[in-house]
Design a protein around this ligand. Structure first.
Ligand code: NOJ
Length: 782
């Protein structure tokens, strides 16, 4: 067995030059490393202990003090969930009243409190991603975390940064922000900081949880019925791809101080994520210096001693492996060290102490019981604007012929499509499975899709559906509405000034999507468009939604990807369609012309051939080339590229200014201190880009300026900066992008470190990954 060199090597951050024609010994070794990394996961032991890094010192010392007073049985109680019918919590940890520990309530999920009342439905992750607005992400997290806290939850089971979006049809991509690690990571950072003003953030699912199919072994939590397969899918990720793509947003989350990480259901390089010592002890706790606790996804623990030693700190919702004296016995007989058990308990208490004590001043909620019909109103009236604005900014306008939008007080507006009205049955997000039309339909038929399904769904205070909002607007404008939300092929009122068709694309935890465009909805769109010369399409899409079956229809004048706006779906749509605010959303993923353009990344991996223990191998052989990086590499023109979105004005980009920090500041001495998120020098700003953007049109609008870099030997363009500012007509704004050492480095598998290569780095600034407005280059020399 080869022991990891990780611990010894992580502290060197270097400048190197890899340009050479022949493969060097180093490169050969790197290839070997790559080969092996596909087949097995390195053992990394022992599990690093919490050390009180950074501002954890006080919480750490307090936790040590508390844990030192506990018996081993009490310590184990901190690591194992218990069930109580009295609470509505997804998971519970028992209290230790004598020591002032009230226990913990862990509750779903990252888009709002699930399954109770007097809470809000926030825009979902994908909507936040489409907003490209860091401040809004922070504000949303602040209010959302406060709702969890007021309801008595200590740990919010979110945000989601895995799946990252490798698989186009993956059922949970909508819970995360984007298929780009940089965009996801930056929004996760803001979210974690915002949430942890009130509760512990539990960033999930660590790691490689890119598909729902075979996510768990059959028969266990979330397992599929494919009984012949005896293990979950193995996400086989090489070291470089791990660092540059999948680990990246977790790194940002740890850098933000995340108190908890959830281990995923799948295997990683053939070892279950919740007992994978390389992922937990190595990457997370050594390399990233993670100080909090790792909790298993529900039922994701598959061994006792191995998971404890590999770095799992808490098992949910219970643990047949650790409870009933098993873990205590393992400590007594030396299979698990006393140090490890102490560390597990210390990490749990430290995170609770640092972020989530409910007896803190200002909280006023001593209970950690999250009861349905709890009369605590968790909503802060001040959150209203953030919830609304969050809903507004995730709308992406992708087609707008001859300024069809914004609407200008049309006289007769006709509304169609099952998605236009609020559901009249159960809380939609709580349901799972594809609803309504039968067969392979990826839409849900019972109303406006404001959230996706499964544990990431949330609970709305109300549903402001498009029909409600258009009715209100008709009242204001004196318009007349005509509607038919029921028919598959409605008869269109010939007098209509505009026809709007509402469809959706549903996705849920537990299954991957059957397609990226369903026939029922496409037929509905075409049927209306055939009869109405000014047809607009609004899609509430929980993931990528293809539009090529009808996008070129001459009567389709406008199309909006409305994503998952939460409870303010209708009024936020009206805000944008009537031009009260110009659309400011941009796609956080790539919309292809056809499904096959996603290649092997369209569908989840399913087992092939004979069945054996190592079944369901998902080889991430494409490396970092997912989404736009894959499209650019294969030279495939998408329908709508990553970063794309129209608005009601025009912008001009000028005066790109690129500056590198002086050589001394850049490279010497690289600060090797490990802090949360890795070596502190990774966050050194090595270059700064500035650009001026002028609104050359007639109306105010927010522009999302995007900066892409070509890192030598990597994809020609990777997102490495963005900013969003509202600019008045005729006015200009300066955008400043700081590029850190990590932003410009690649992961070197031999030295096990981030390496800044010498060379020229093209820099592109523009409106999307393909719509570059201005460019230049940065140069780094030895
Ligand atoms: C399983 C899901 O994968 C996870 O995201 C969720 O937090 C837990 N169940 C608890 O409901």
């Amino acid at each position: 067995m080869q022991l990891s060199i990780l611990a010894a090597a992580t502290c060197v951050v270097q400048l190197a030059n890899f340009a050479s024609a022949e493969p060097t010994a180093k490169e050969v070794a790197a290839n070997l490393e790559l080969f092996w990394s596909y087949n097995r996961s390195d053992p990394v032991y022992p599990s690093p202990k919490i050390s009180g890094l950074g501002d954890w010192e006080f919480a750490y010392l307090k936790a040590v003090e508390i844990v030192s007073q506990l018996t081993n049985e009490e310590k184990v109680n901190l690591t194992v969930g218990y069930s109580s019918e009295l609470t509505g919590c997804s998971g519970m940890i028992q209290s230790i009243p004598d020591l002032g520990f009230d226990g913990m309530c862990l509750q779903d999920a990252g888009n709002g409190v699930r399954g109770t009342d007097m809470v809000s439905s926030y825009a979902s992750g994908i909507h936040v991603g489409a907003s490209w607005n860091k401040q809004l992400a922070y504000d949303r997290a602040l209010y959302m975390g406060a709702e969890f806290r007021r309801k008595g939850a200590n740990v919010i089971l979110g945000p989601v940064v895995g799946p990252l979006g490798r698989v186009a049809t993956s059922g949970r991509n909508w819970e995360g922000f984007s298929s780009d690690p940089y965009l996801t990571g930056s929004l996760a950072y803001e979210t974690v900081v915002g949430l942890q003003k009130n509760v512990v953030a539990c960033v999930k699912h660590y790691i490689g949880n890119e598909q729902e199919t075979n996510r768990s072994p059959p028969g266990s939590y979330g397992g599929t019925s494919a009984t012949k397969y005896n293990a979950s899918v193995s996400a086989n990720i090489d070291d470089k791809t791990m660092h540059e793509a999948y680990l990246w947003p977790f790194q940002d989350s740890v850098h933000a101080g995340a108190g908890s990480i959830m281990g995923s259901y799948n295997r990683v390089n053939n070892s279950y994520a919740c007992q994978n010592s390389k992922a937990l002890n190595g990457l997370l706790k050594t390399e990233l210096g993670f100080q909090g606790f790792v909790v298993s996804d529900w039922g994701g623990q598959h061994t006792g001693i191995a998971s404890a030693n590999a770095g799992l700190d808490m098992a949910m919702p219970s643990s047949s492996y650790w409870e009933s004296g098993h873990l205590v016995e393992a400590v007594n007989n030396g299979s698990v060290s006393q140090d490890r058990l102490d560390d597990m308990a210390t990490r749990v208490i430290a995170a609770w102490y640092k972020y989530a004590r409910l007896d803190d001043p200002g909280n006023g909620m001593p209970s950690n019981v999250l009861e349905a019909h709890d009369l605590v109103d968790a909503r802060d009236p001040a959150s209203k604007n953030t919830i609304f604005q969050g809903a507004v900014e995730g709308h992406v306008l992708v087609k707008n012929v001859d300024n069809a939008l914004p609407l200008k007080k049309p006289k007769l507006i006709s509304l169609y499509g099952y998605d236009g009205i609020a559901t009249d049955t159960e809380i939609q997000g709580a349901s799972s499975g594809f609803g309504g039309f039968g067969g392979d339909v990826a839409a849900i038929s019972n109303g406006t899709l404001y959230t996706g399904g499964g544990s990431g769904s949330n609970t709305p205070s109300y549903i402001d559906a498009p029909f409600n909002a258009f009715s209100q607007k008709a009242w204001e404008d004196g318009s007349f509405l005509s509607w038919d939300f029921a028919s598959a092929e409605p008869n269109v009122n010939a007098e209509s000034d505009v026809c709007i068709v509402f469809i959706n694309a549903y996705a849920t935890e537990g299954s991957d999507r059957p397609n990226l465009a369903d026939k029922y909805s496409d037929n509905l769109v075409e049927s209306v468009a055939d009869q109405c010369a000014n047809t607009m399409v609004v899609i509430h899409n929980a993931g990528i939604r293809l539009v090529d079956n009808w996008i070129d229809h001459e009567n389709i004048t406008a199309v909006i990807m409305a994503h998952l706006p939460g409870q303010d779906a209708g009024r936020s749509l009206v805000e944008v369609m009537y031009g009260k605010q110009s659309p400011s959303g941009r796609l956080p993923y790539t919309v292809a012309k056809k499904e096959s353009d996603y290649g092997t990344l369209l569908d989840p991996t399913t087992p092939e051939g004979n069945v054996d223990l190592y079944y369901s191998q998902s080889n991430f052989t494409e490396g970092v080339y997912i989404d736009y990086k894959a499209f650019i590499k294969s030279n495939i023109t998408p329908r709508y590229e990553f970063g794309f979105g129209l608005t009601y004005t025009t912008f001009e980009y000028t005066d790109l200014d690129l500056q590198t920090a002086s050589a001394n500041q850049s490279y010497l001495p690289p600060d090797c201190t490990i802090a949360e998120g890795g070596p502190v020098s990774l966050w050194d700003v090595l270059a700064t880009a500035k650009v001026t953007v002028t609104n050359t049109g007639e109306v105010a609008a927010a522009e999302v300026a995007q900066l892409y870099v070509g890192i030598p030997n990597g994809p020609p363009k990777v997102l490495r900066g963005y900013g969003k500012q509202t600019i008045q007509p005729g006015q200009s704004a300066e955008y400043v992008f700081d590029l850190t050492r990590r932003d410009l480095s690649t992961w070197d598998t031999v030295t096990q470190n981030w390496v800044l290569q010498a060379g020229s780095y093209p820099v592109y600034v523009g409106k999307s990954v393909l719509d570059i407005q201005i460019g230049g280059a940065l140069t780094f020399t030895n």
